[in-house]
Design a protein around this ligand. Structure first.
Ligand SMILES: NC(=O)c1ccc[n+]([C@@H]2O[C@H](COP(=O)([O-])OP(=O)(O)OC[C@H]3O[C@@H](n4cnc5c(N)ncnc54)[C@H](O)[C@@H]3O)[C@@H](O)[C@H]2O)c1
Length: 327
């Protein structure tokens, strides 16, 4: 049984805590405002140590790591795209300096590994943008192919700092780059993809008409509307984080983690299958397109990652959890 510090008790961090406690590990959850009610739906709060603290405070992170003596810090806490847009300075402080604080505290106490939640938005500056196939170890020109948006820039900068800690101090550094994350969650939904799916799914769980919010489509959020959506179910993301923290050997690297590319027609069909008789408003008039195959080559080979929740299975799982607080 090992000890792990998980920063962020949100959509992904809560499932990371659940998976680790199910494996028999000790978990310390560190969050500035832990959403107790939402957490309690799948995390046994008697089995995790919850610490209220701020990523911006190096002493607070130090004290958690000093006490837990973890074998890895799994760093999920962050502002998301919308939060960084609203509060850019605070976003950079939390997302960039907060990650530097995590790395530095881990270095001081000799924590062997840090897993960092990055994002597929790091690819947004590539020629062809989000719609082209990608390689986790992509080549990128610093000026003309830089990621679009402060959130994505902070994520990429953190990956560079993490790799430099690896080179200089020997700390293992694993970056997991999620697609658009969605899943059941009673708390505030910080991510745009999660909000998009929630609008469509949660009314259906309650027997109402679901809303297909064209403006909220994840592609549209990045200014590059696509006919396919790279969706990542929260439990698949959490599993990627847990693998990143527990796989044996030095697996330092960046890995794409998602559940698969979903065309709009696939998404609508999966909704109708999970909720027979479902009514949806606002379905965009986009021709069905074959999805490019989801690319998880490195994650499969080095972490043993396989997505467990294709869209059809994920929606059924989503409904089974969300019924607890929606009905
Ligand atoms: N949700 C997505 O669509 C998406 C996509 C790609 C990558 N990611 C990344 O995945 C990770 C997890 O995302 P999520 O959807 O679980 O987010 P979330 O908002 O549900 O959870 C993040 C948690 O971080 C905490 N937090 C924020 N600022 C903090 C601070 N200063 N100190 C301590 N805790 C703080 C929040 O209270 C929240 O509970 C993040 O790093 C995010 O950038 C998310």
């Amino acid at each position: 049984m090992g000890s792990f510090v998980v920063t962020g008790a949100g959509l992904v961090g809560s499932w990371v805590a659940r998976e680790l406690t199910d494996m028999g590990h000790q978990v310390t959850l560190f969050d500035v405002a832990p959403p107790m009610q939402a957490l309690s739906h799948w995390v046994d709060l008697d089995r995790v140590k919850l610490v209220r603290g701020d990523l911006q405070s190096l002493p607070e992170i130090i004290s958690v790591i000093q006490e837990a003596k973890p074998e890895a810090v799994l760093h999920t806490a962050s502002f998301l795209t919308a939060g960084v847009r609203e509060r850019p300075y605070a976003g950079v402080q939390v997302n960039f300096m907060g990650t530097v604080n995590v790395l530095e505290a881990a270095r001081i106490f000799g924590v062997p590994r840090v897993v960092f939640c990055s994002s597929g938005t790091v690819y947004t500056g590539m020629p062809g943008g989000l719609s082209m196939g990608k390689d986790e170890d992509f080549a990128m020109k610093v000026v003309s192919q830089r990621p679009r948006g402060l959130y994505a820039v902070c994520k990429l900068a953190c990956e560079h700092v993490g790799y430099t800690y690896h080179d200089l101090y020997g700390m293992e550094f694993v970056a997991v780059r999620f697609g658009g994350v969605y899943g059941p969650w009673q708390g505030a939904m910080s991510g745009l993809p999660g909000r998009f799916v929630r609008k469509a799914v949660e009314p259906l769980i309650q027997g109402r008409v679901g809303e297909f919010d064209r403006a909220g489509m994840p592609g549209a959020a990045y200014g590059q509307e696509r006919a396919t959506i790279n969706l990542a179910y929260s439990r698949d993301c959490a599993h990627g984080v847990v693998l990143g923290g527990t796989v044996k050997g030095d697996v330092t690297g960046s890995y794409d983690i998602a559940s698969g590319d979903v065309s709009i027609s696939d998404f609508v069909a999966a909704l109708k299958q999970a909720f027979p008789g479902a009514e949806l408003t606002g379905i965009p008039d986009v021709a069905p397109m074959p999805s490019p195959p989801a690319e998880f080559t490195s994650a499969k080979q080095r972490l043993g990652y396989e997505p467990q929740f294709p869209i059809e299975r994920a929606l059924v799982d989503y409904a089974s959890w969300a019924r607890r607080w929606l009905n």
